[in-house]
Design a protein around this ligand. Sequence first.
Ligand code: NAD
Length: 489
Amino acid sequence: MADDHTKRRYHPSTLPSGIHVGGKWQPAASGKTVAVNDPSTEMEIARVPDAGLEDAAAAVEAAAKAAPAWAATAPRKRAEILRRCFELMTERAEDLAWLISLENGKALRDARGEVAYAAEFFRWNAEEAVRIQGDFFTAPSGANRIIVDYQPIGICVLITPWNFPAAMATRKIGPALAAGCTVILKPATETPLTAYALAALYEEAGVPPGVVNVLTTTTPGPVTAAMLADPRVRKISFTGSTGVGRTLLAEAAKNVINSSMELGGNAPVIVFDDADIDVAIEGTMIAKMRNAGQACTAANRIYVHSAVYDAFTERLTSRMQALKVGPGTSQDTECGPMITANAVAKIERLVADALQSGAKLLCGGKKPEGKGYFFPPTVLSDVPVKAKMSCEEIFGPVAALSRFETEDEVIARANDTEYGLSAYIFTKDATRGFRVARQLESGMIALNRGLVSDPAAPFGGVKQSGLGREGGTHGIYEFLEAQYIATSI
Ligand code: NAD
């Protein structure tokens, strides 16, 4: 008998409906709603409010009202509330993972990983909240003392993408709340249910009304512009595509608003001839296939030394072919659907272009018949530099392989992109690993592993992959403003 998912704690039919403003759930002022679809079936699973300018103003008002008391709440108290958010998310991990799989399509095992990662931003920032340390020292002249104190930056607008509906939000909300800020979260309309489920969870954990406000909209441009135009808003933290990031930076410039940008990637994987091939295959599979390739850190270009190219390609192809494709919520699925029909169309276009440019198809490559936004695990060999996928994010389960001969050549090719988020190096020679890492223009490097994300480490990119860092000891400072006090003592 099929499981009765309506009995789950988090199910579209039992979630609170409405935007979440000042602790209340309410419809959009216009009464408009927007559909949320299951990408495995293309069926509507819920409707959420389509907020407009009036709702945006109400959310800023609620965040402003809650701000003084939250900033004045003792760090220890803030820490205990954040810790409780971590505990509740961990207790409810399975049901949260199911909800993520349902609306996003990712395999349950990826969704479970996401919940653990997302929850950890609360535990980590609970620990950071009580360790915001300033400075006190003698000026070089010896004439006076310098004090450096940290204040919450103010009201923050947080905008997140659909590919990690829980983690991209908690990676911002955790440090913002630890720092004493109040926030307005605008999650992606493709995956808003997780954000709303978590908003209710935060308040159960003790987050006061108005500290976290959540709204969904189909007009993010004007809604965000209206919030950023309010002088009480002092921060925008965005995760999404580089194109939208550029627009938001221009918008933020009008009021000189502090901006953190976690943008697109085009990660190179470099497999040297001295790599442990088992480790390289395992690492590449993780780097390529987490979330079916829909990750900013996903392996986009896989460069393999010509001495090991054939062996590596054969093994990677058989691993990719063996992956089980299906709905994310099925227990045995390893590769779920893409998020939308447009995402599939983009992948089809990139694959056709690569084949036309001379790449060889080793497996997959063709969208299956039937419902759902599926695309099969695909391997392309000898992908030339001129293929569009060499410079565009594929954001799907397509491994694009090409061969290289020398270290200098592969470093130049890896850096030949406007992006600089993450890169993967496989070599048994540690000296070479660090030498290459230092020459790669990348905010994050994975050396002999396929996963870089860690709540305890600074996540972020260089070049057009972004500004600022999330996580680690750096993350909280994105939500704090240094204040220097000169004294004559
Ligand atoms: P997107 O840029 O289209 O959308 C991201 C968010 O911005 C969504 O909530 C969307 O509604 C909103 N948005 C769109 N236009 C807007 C506007 N004019 N003003 C304000 N908000 C607007 O990106 P996406 O397709 O949802 O996500 C995929 C992208 O995100 C990829 O490029 C990926 O690399 C990137 N990403 C980066 C990171 C990172 O940490 N660097 C993490 C995950 C995803």
